[in-house]
Design a protein around this ligand. Sequence first.
Ligand SMILES: NC(=O)c1ccc[n+]([C@@H]2O[C@H](COP(=O)([O-])OP(=O)(O)OC[C@H]3O[C@@H](n4cnc5c(N)ncnc54)[C@H](OP(=O)(O)O)[C@@H]3O)[C@@H](O)[C@H]2O)c1
Length: 256
Amino acid sequence: MDLGLKDKRFLIGGGSRGLGNAIAQVLVDEGAHVLLMSRDGASLEKAAADIGPAASWVAVDIASPGAVETLQTAVDDKLGGLDGMLINAGGPPPGEVLGVTDEQWAQSFELLIGGPIRILRALTPKIEGEGSVLFITSSSVRQPIPNLDTSNVLRPGVAAMAKVLARELGPKIRVNSLAPGRFDTDRVRTLDKGRAEAQGITVEQQVAQMNKQIPLGRYGEPMEMGRIGAFLLSPAASYLSGISVQADGAMVTAIP
Ligand SMILES: NC(=O)c1ccc[n+]([C@@H]2O[C@H](COP(=O)([O-])OP(=O)(O)OC[C@H]3O[C@@H](n4cnc5c(N)ncnc54)[C@H](OP(=O)(O)O)[C@@H]3O)[C@@H](O)[C@H]2O)c1
């Protein structure tokens, strides 16, 4: 199947590592150009070099109001236009509803909702033809994750925003979201370390416990997400909009 990605141009949030980086890699393998966006310039430079000449980068904090101007200039200068965006960054902090501070709640909102709205407002007008926007959310949009209440509360709002935007930006722009379960990335390794410490067990024991809750018996590899994300962003997914795809090895027990 031809995904129709040749010479298409994408802004890729969280592009320096993990799930965003894997989606960027597959897009480039399929002939697209990507502009990687995250905070640390040195990691971005390395990630872009690893992906190859079709990758460029811009260092911004997605939660910062100043990000928009930098991104507009970078999209014009480095991509010369836009066909789609992956809205993605790091996850919000762990904790329970009443234990998370007001400041952490406000920062989590800016990371997951406020920053993405500003970026979409500024950049969707740059999509001239048919385009697509993809949000990375979490399995928490269907089933709360213990001790990750910033995600449990705010991610369902992101999924709702994607659904509403599919109506508001259609028919020109398709909008979908992609809800990962457990993929082997820095983010999940950090969370697993905290969970293992809290229970007084090793990280390996924590991972083994989790694997028992995943019918496919293992964490996903980032490139498995890369292929799904690249497909959803591609013209080959031309009649998919307003959906949330669960990529979790059947971990979530709720009926889809
Ligand atoms: N991996 C999973 O199984 C899983 C499961 C559920 C949900 N998720 C969610 O999926 C998203 C991606 O996860 P991941 O596992 O790929 O995470 P990751 O490996 O930690 O990568 C996060 C990426 O986002 C960038 N980033 C972090 N904060 C940012 C900010 N404020 N502004 C711009 N860029 C930022 C990071 O680079 P810098 O630090 O240099 O900015 C990095 O490129 C996260 O929101 C995560 O919560 C992942």
